[in-house]
Design a protein around this ligand. Structure first.
Ligand SMILES: Cc1ncc(COP(=O)(O)O)c(C=O)c1O
Length: 393
């Protein structure tokens, strides 16, 4: 289940060679990749703009970008936003600018692409220190004793493996106290979680406007980064930041100056994704919540451990014996289930297992099939047993 060639798709079913599998490795959480309204919106944009503008944004920025930034800024409730092609490019270009040769404190469990951004910053004179997100006292001590002119704290929002959120209010408060910037990559939260409301359709909250709004935090000393390549099924990414920083990044972040832009179809699907999010987003999130709850409920009944405490659609299932990962992968594949395998050394031996991602486009029948196969898998292989606090919950 790595480096597989997908020959065909039918909804969330995929064909690899002659085998059809239910896909639980997709990050298209809202199912926008298959949404007929979004698909139908694209040809009109192509007629007007061609397939690809080709200019770097500094050279010529189609007004579609400005339209996206305006709507995104309103959705997030931040001061301004800047669109660049991918989160990876944002990390590599923006982290060095924000670090400015000072100190970066990076969460040990942060995404690999954040680490790569830190390496670029390190090459420009920043020092990089790892911290444990479960020991914020230690982080505070290090912030207190840090003597550099700038401090940047880099973390994931919704973690791409555990599906859990960091203690953003505590981290933001540390950032404000020690005049640091908290840099948050919420690739997996944007689109799924959002502001809380009494009439919300699920505990994911409303509007999918990401972790800062979900946890009722402010953007003071917080820079939010995320992208459209997961929930919005499109190729573009953004940084939510003050206007002054946006102005600086237009000359200091090299992708704005030198990289090719997102294809027109991607800009189109972002804009029509906003429309669908406004019209049907709450129903879609409610559906996603219910489908995810079914899978989490199944693991609960099986007495299996998952780190997922949030109910978000990223569900890691670690094995009791890491040596069995290849056999487990073959078992899932032969039973028609496609997931992401997490093998050693990509993850520590104690976390070897697989990650299930649910999307609103998975049918109820596919969820039932997954539940059935997980039951059979638990008969045949040892999953890690649920921890005491999980059994109590
Ligand atoms: C947490 C996180 N950050 C960044 C990325 C990379 O995003 P992009 O494809 O926009 O570079 C991913 C993709 O898997 C991710 O999970």
């Amino acid at each position: 289940m790595t480096d597989a060639v997908i020959d065909e798709i039918d909804g969330r079913m995929i064909r690899v060679g002659d085998k059809w599998l239910a896909d639980f490795a997709s990050c298209n959480y809202l199912g926008f990749d298959l949404d007929p309204e979004i698909i139908a919106s694209v040809p009109e944009f192509l007629q007007k703009w061609g397939t690809h503008p080709s200019w770097s944004r500094l050279l010529g920025s189609p007004v579609l970008y400005e339209q996206i930034e305006e709507r995104l800024t309103e959705l997030l409730g931040c001061e301004d936003t800047l669109i660049l092609p991918t989160i990876t490019l944002i990390h590599m270009s923006v982290i060095p600018v924000l670090a400015a040769g000072g100190t970066i404190f990076v969460d040990r469990r942060a995404h690999k692409t954040i680490y790569e951004g830190c390496q670029f910053a390190s090459a420009r004179g920043a020092s990089v220190e790892k911290f444990r997100a479960d020991d914020l006292d230690e982080l505070e001590q290090r912030l207190r004793s840090d003597r550099s002119s700038t401090r940047l704290i880099c973390i994931d929002g919704v973690n791409s493996m555990t599906g859990n959120m960091p203690d953003l209010p505590a981290l933001a408060s540390l950032a404000r106290s020690y005049d640091a910037i908290l840099y948050v990559d919420d690739a997996h939260g944007f689109g799924v979680i959002g502001e809380r409301a009494a009439d919300e359709s699920s505990p994911y909250g409303m509007r999918g406007n990401s972790i800062v709004r979900h946890l009722d935090e402010s953007y003071d000393h917080v820079v939010l980064v995320s992208g459209f390549s997961k929930s919005y099924s499109s190729l573009a990414a953004f940084i939510a930041c003050p206007k002054e920083l946006k102005r600086l990044l237009k000359t200091a972040a090299s992708p704005y100056l030198y990289s090719g832009p997102s294809p027109v179809a991607s800009l189109a699907t972002v804009l029509s994704g906003f429309d669908v999010n406004e019209k049907r987003g709450e129903l879609i999130r409610e559906d996603l919540w219910n489908k995810t709850a079914k899978v989490l409920g199944c693991l609960d009944r099986l007495g299996a451990h998952t780190p997922n405490r949030s109910g978000l659609p990223v569900i890691e299932v670690p094995l009791a014996r890491h040596e069995e990962i290849a056999d487990v992968g073959r078992f899932l594949f032969s039973n028609g289930i496609y997931v992401t395998l997490a093998a050693y050394p990509l993850v520590p031996k104690s976390e070897v297992g697989f990650r299930i991602q649910t999307t609103a486009a998975n049918t109820d029948a596919e969820i039932d099939q997954l539940v059935d196969v997980l039951g059979k898998l638990a008969d045949r292989f040892d999953l890690q047993p649920a921890r005491r606090e999980e059994r109590a919950a």
